[in-house]
Design a binder for this molecule. Structure first.
Ligand SMILES: [Zn+2]
Length: 396
């Protein structure tokens, strides 16, 4: 994918302008499938002849399909409906995770076309070389008319978005791993890097329920291998000066509480994450947080007690999230989604006691739409949103 080229005057070059206009129309068709050329002309202010020219060009490249518009048309000729050919352009995603890292290729609608699981290894070099092999294999299998928009990479930790350096991913045991340079050497496509919690939030927004209002202000609370928060504020991920904002898993909820890997004590992650729930459950054998939820459903009193204890802290943390961001929704995944009905009463008791009623009345708590695939879908959302909106602010 070509990047934005800015001339010395800061204006778009002619070729960029053409690409910008194409993407603008592609994005409108994506959001309004079946739209007619005349409606598109009205929405963009482009002359009908310009719209026709761009549409014809994109049809020749196999990006668009055209058909008759459905429904009643009062009189005259039936307008033609434009739709995207979803697999003419594909996105790829890599979710770096334990115990299995996943590599996928998907169409514009996020439908997976290919996927491969990459086994974990203690040496990051080995994992990343395996990932690169998987990427190369899928890219090699692309059809002649398919174009690759880019690769999105999910990292469960702190990263440099420019270079793809993994600064620290404690749960993987990775510190200063040059993921970007290992993964992208000689790769001829754009690679985007992002933190897994932010990606989960992006997936929720980009691949939302068809027809539903797009959420502009919400927090994604992910409880996989710790507790992460991805915050979308006014439609954009909140990153901070150095991209490390919104680490709410490391906000203190218990003064002088349990020590945390981050160096602080009493962090929310130590009381509301998946591994905190497992610790609260105790028990002699090793279980996962989801198994604790399953046992609670079978009436295991210790499991129910552990969920109740965690719910108290989940509630306290949500009070903090509301105070910071005034979100329209908190989206939860992992054991929080699986066991929500068992925890809801306790969480709501905490919220009612500590939050203003007007905020509580408006804030929804919902389960993640993509379940355990949230950050993987987010890698695709990252590529697609990058492609469709790259020129948007300057397109004319
Ligand atoms: Zn911490």
């Amino acid at each position: 994918m070509s990047s934005v080229t800015v001339t010395s005057r800061g204006a778009l070059r002619k070729s960029d302008l053409r690409e910008a206009n194409e993407r603008l129309l592609l994005n409108i068709i994506r959001q309004n499938t079946g739209i007619s050329q005349s409606d598109m002309s009205r929405m963009t202010g482009f002359a009908p002849s310009s719209v026709k020219l761009i549409v014809d060009r994109m049809r020749k490249r196999g990006l668009l399909a055209i058909g008759e518009k459905n429904g009643d048309v009062p009189m005259g000729r039936r307008p033609l409906a434009l739709t995207l050919c979803p697999d003419a352009m594909v996105a790829m995603g890599v979710e770096i995770a334990l115990p299995v890292t996943r590599v996928v290729m998907a169409d514009l609608n996020g439908r997976l076309l290919k996927q491969k699981a990459v086994a974990w290894h203690g040496n990051p070099d080995v994992v990343l070389r395996r990932v690169r092999e998987a990427l190369d294999g899928m890219i090699g299998g692309l059809g002649r008319k398919q174009s690759l928009l880019g690769v999105g990479v999910s990292i469960p930790g702190t990263l440099d978005r420019g270079t793809g350096l993994v600064v620290a991913a404690e749960n993987l045991g990775w510190v200063n791993v040059p993921l970007g340079s290992i993964l992208t050497h000689g790769l001829k496509t754009h690679v985007y890097y992002e933190n897994n919690a932010i990606l989960s939030a992006l997936a929720e927004r980009w691949f939302g329920e068809p027809g539903a209002k797009v959420m502009d202000n919400f927090v994604f609370l992910t409880a996989h291998d710790g507790l992460g928060t991805g915050v979308i504020l006014d439609g954009k991920p909140l990153l901070g000066a150095y991209g490390e904002a919104c680490e709410f898993g490391h906000v203190t909820v218990v003064p002088d509480g349990r020590p945390c890997l981050c160096g602080n004590t009493g962090c929310w992650e130590q009381y509301a994450s998946d591994f905190a729930l497992v610790r609260m459950y105790g028990g002699a054998e090793k279980v996962t947080a989801l198994e604790v939820v399953a046992r609670a459903r079978e009436g295991d009193r210790e499991a129910l007690r552990a969920l109740d204890e965690a719910a108290e802290y989940v509630g306290r943390g949500i009070v903090n999230l509301n105070a910071a961001f005034n979100p329209e929704a908190i989206v939860v995944d992992g054991y929080l989604a699986a066991g929500w009905d068992l925890m809801e009463e306790r969480v709501m008791t905490v919220l009612r006691a500590r939050m203003a009623y007007r905020c509580l009345a408006r804030m929804r708590i919902v389960k993640a739409r993509h379940g355990s695939d949230a950050s993987l879908m987010g890698t695709l959302a990252l590529v697609l949103s990058g492609f469709f909106t790259e020129f948007q602010s300057r397109a004319v």
